[in-house]
Design a protein. Sequence first.
Length: 224
Amino acid sequence: MPAEHIAILFDIDGTLIITGGAGATSWRQAFDELYGVPADIGEFTDTGMTDPDVGRRTFEAVLHRQPSRAEFAKLLERRLHYLHAAVAESEGYRVLDGVEELLPRLIEKGYLLGLVTGNVEAAAHVKLHRARLNRYFSFGGYGSDSTDRGELTRTALRRAAVVYGEPLSPDQCMVIGDTPHDVEGAHAAGMACVGVASHNFDADQLRAGGADWVLASLEEPLPL
């Protein structure tokens, strides 16, 4: 008999919210200020990659060299600086269907809710703040913990145990995400994954990527 699910780990972009391009805007502004070069992250990176990978790959592509530690630290700071305004001013920002109803319902039923995202921790909470979704998540694994999706998912599990004071096994956790990267990270950490066809990937692509279940949106019931 499978273990009862206790913790549910959510990806952010394309799963809970869409920022309307605020993330790409903030990267572009950071590169423009520091180096005076155009930098479209969509040309050099894939959906679901971690922020450090996005920043590093884009830097190497537009400047044709690797960043020094000091350069990379400054780039990340400038990106976060611009992200606040980019999220606040984004006309395309929206919470995805079913999210605002689902999260409080899961809390009421006693589930532990966390984040598992390629965003660095600060960026994750900047993005969630506009919709006041931060309050549902007291732990998480972030792109600032690891560039490996499996490892940052395992980090979220360890933090859940610390926050709630009880040990948790991977089979007591479920990941919810919208990309094959989310599926890969969940499975690498020994967790099942619900694929939500709410953004860049359709149901067939998520099934092909190994999702254990696929939903059209979070208006559909979770397989709990």
